[in-house]
Design a protein around this ligand. Structure first.
Ligand SMILES: Cc1ncc(COP(=O)(O)O)c(C=O)c1O
Length: 396
């Protein structure tokens, strides 16, 4: 079943009407939830498009259809988590194959690559994906794919998506892009030459911190078929209710992303001017080293900001003093969340490797939600003040 948008409809319209048309029996506007594992055959050898829900499920089918449309791909394949989507994508490769990756990656992805897949024979190389010449220089004989995050988690480094895809084409590699930080509302890597896009649907697509989900979206039908086979063979599929929650979350994707991004711009400026903050990593700030590159491939800077406090020792007091921003590990939802990557999301990356890419213990990552912007700014301001006054008291 091909899922690419056949009509030239705006992504906002497609998202708002996610799941509309899925109910062919009664025309329900909200896609029906089919919690059935199995389907009654009409007669021997003939079913109505579904036989067993690990292979296909009507609610999941409605979700996959809209995901393919939003990412402008040919086929989307939904998974039970973002990590299940990443590991399914890596299932396209085998022992001895090398994957050239962004040198700053979500800690769970690094853990999968180094602790699960490397022992099985895959080899991972890491490079700064911001410069096509550097990427080209890092391609080796057995390199089979690029695996890119942009902006990266958590340092907000920007990859050159067009340049990377061009290098990949020249060398016959696949370009895989984890588009979680931007969501399809802000960046569509397939239009820039990527072969496969991965989403942790737990984040912006779901948007409400109430589900774990993932998706891989293929630019062409062949790759889509290979992923569908892996989905069925491995079986890391989302349940029908989670697919429905995702369909509902997607309806407000663009509104949520726009609102959070507007607030993130204000907060990034505030943080950049705060005396207790040493450095802010946000591609919307004039000082971000690859702002122009980012804005040439995305529709906006998004709503994730990472920043370094002047002193790593102040981090626990700062996080403890926040009242509105919640200390929790995720991102992309309606609630503003903050994490300490070094000890939380990226704790499985050895400290020397964290240091080598610039991930310091002074760094925190803020995912801006849709709350009132003044409430968030005041909360950050009071918590920074309290943390650093506390530091002074400890010294004296
Ligand atoms: C960039 C990125 N990719 C993938 C994942 C994994 O997604 P999940 O937690 O849904 O398995 C995460 C989770 O934080 C992430 O930040």
């Amino acid at each position: 079943m091909k899922h690419r948008a056949r009509q030239a409809r705006s992504a906002r319209t497609l998202a708002a009407q996610a799941g509309v048309g899925a109910d062919r029996a009664y025309g329900a506007i909200s896609a029906p939830i089919y919690p059935s594992a199995i389907y009654h055959y009409e007669k021997f050898g003939k079913h109505r498009g579904f036989d067993y829900s690990r292979a296909a499920n009507p609610t999941r089918d409605a979700l996959e259809k809209v995901l393919a449309q939003l990412e402008q791909g040919e086929r989307a394949v939904a998974f039970s988590s973002g990590m299940a989507a990443v590991s399914a994508a890596l299932g396209l490769f085998g022992p001895g194959d090398r994957i050239l990756c962004s040198d700053d990656l979500y800690g769970g992805t690094y853990r999968l690559f180094e602790r699960v897949l490397r022992p099985l024979g895959l080899v991972f190389d890491y490079v700064d994906m911001g410069d096509a010449a550097r990427i080209e220089a890092a391609v080796r004989k057995r390199t089979k794919a690029l695996f890119i995050e942009t902006p990266t988690n958590p340092l907000m480094k920007i990859a050159d998506l067009r340049g990377a895809a061009a290098v990949a084409k020249r060398h016959g590699l696949l370009t895989l892009v984890d588009n979680t930080f931007m969501s399809p509302a802000l960046q569509r890597p397939i239009l820039l030459g990527a072969d496969l896009v991965i989403q942790s649907a737990t984040k912006f697509l779901g948007g409400h911190n109430d589900l774990i989900g993932g998706a891989a979206i293929a630019a062409d039908a062949d790759l889509g078929e290979r992923l569908l086979f892996i989905q069925k063979a491995v079986g890391a599929v989302p349940g029908a209710f989670d697919c429905w929650l995702l369909l509902r979350g997607i309806k407000t994707l663009h509104l949520r992303v726009a609102r959070a991004q507007e607030t993130a711009g204000l907060l990034a400026e505030f943080l950049a001017g705060n005396p207790f903050v040493a450095r802010v990593h946000y591609p919307g700030l004039a000082g971000h080293p690859r702002r122009a590159l980012h804005m040439a491939q995305a529709d906006g800077p998004g709503s994730i900001i990472s920043f370094e406090l002047r002193k790593a020792a102040a981090v626990p007091d700062f996080l403890g003093a926040l009242r509105t921003v919640l200390l929790a590990e995720s991102l992309g939802g309606v609630e503003s969340l903050i994490t300490h990557p070094s000890t939380m999301t990226h704790a499985d990356i050895p400290l020397e490797e964290q240091a080598a890419v610039g991930l310091t213990p002074a760094l925190v990552r803020l995912s801006v939600g849709i709350e009132d912007a003044d409430d968030l700014r005041e909360d950050l301001e009071q918590a920074l003040g309290r943390a650093f006054r506390g530091q002074r008291r400890k010294k004296s």
